[in-house]
Write a protein that binds this ligand. Sequence first.
Ligand SMILES: Nc1ncnc2c1ncn2[C@@H]1O[C@H](COP(=O)(O)OP(=O)(O)OP(=O)(O)O)[C@@H](O)[C@H]1O
Ligand SMILES: [Mg+2]
Length: 323
Amino acid sequence: MKIAFVGKWWSGKTTISALFSSYISNHKKTLLIDADINVHLPQLFLPNTEWIESLYISSTTNSKDIKQYLIGANKRIINLDTFRKTTPPGEWSNFVVLWNNKDYIISKYTLPITNNLNLMIVWTYSWDLVWTSCYHNNLAVLENVLSHMKDQDWICIVDMVAWTDAFASSLHMQFDITVLVIESTRKWLELWKQYQELSKTSGTYDSLFVVINKVEENDDVDFVKNLISKDKILGFLTISKYIKNVEKYWWIINFLSLEDNNKEVFSVIRKLTETHKTNTEEKLHSLYELHKKYVNQWFIKDRFWDLSWQIDDNFNPFDERNE
Ligand SMILES: Nc1ncnc2c1ncn2[C@@H]1O[C@H](COP(=O)(O)OP(=O)(O)OP(=O)(O)O)[C@@H](O)[C@H]1O
Ligand SMILES: [Mg+2]
């Protein structure tokens, strides 16, 4: 189960991802991924974050190592350069498997926060990439990690880049559930409209939900309920003294310390992760179509000719026999 928290800048994506991880990891093994250009999750869990640089998955050395590992002995990938962000796994690919603590990617590139919770960090621009790169290049290795992930018995939570950025890549297609964090104003509802349209176009609307954050007035929730269909609204969080204090005093974030009235929405999200069913055949088909669309672009064709051949129709990464 992969769940992403998305939304405008400052909406509360990081705070809600962290609180949900702190809560759900008491019930399930959890991988929390910081995939935002503004990296804020480490601060919420680790007071001293300076030494974790060697873990950043988008650094040039690490992303190469991760890609090489995921390629494994997949014969459809002839070299590292042809392993593109949309390249699907095939026979003899390696996968990321959280429940196995000895898993190569988990043990080398994540930080254990508790027994059940590990943190992975994509990271922002490094000096060698300043002026020459775009953050989507950093996210490419995350696309590979997510598409090569065995996540049946555990949960992967992604704190995403702001706005509708997930639609610039295959990321929007990778999540089983996407939670849009909004506030109760017209301006924020415009973002909901954009998300709604884009997800309908891409066939991911069924997996899109909303959490209303920073609720102050009694009518804040009603305002949203009048404009968004009720079955899409998971709940709300009021302005929280505890959340303010976490940032003010740099406390380590802990779900148990949150005010009771703000806890409810997290059990609704948990229930959704237990009941929501992804149509894996449809998802696979869409991911293959995205790969074809990506590799059909002139700059890929000029360089590599035809990479649609990387799709192995006889291989299903969601098939449990491939564990
Ligand atoms: N319910 C809440 N009550 C009080 N403060 C909140 C609440 N939710 C979030 N905040 C505060 O709002 C600010 C933005 O929250 P957060 O960093 O989680 O948002 P974000 O969407 O991840 O932002 P960015 O786009 O910068 O990554 C932070 O100062 C956070 O402490
Ligand atoms: Mg954030």
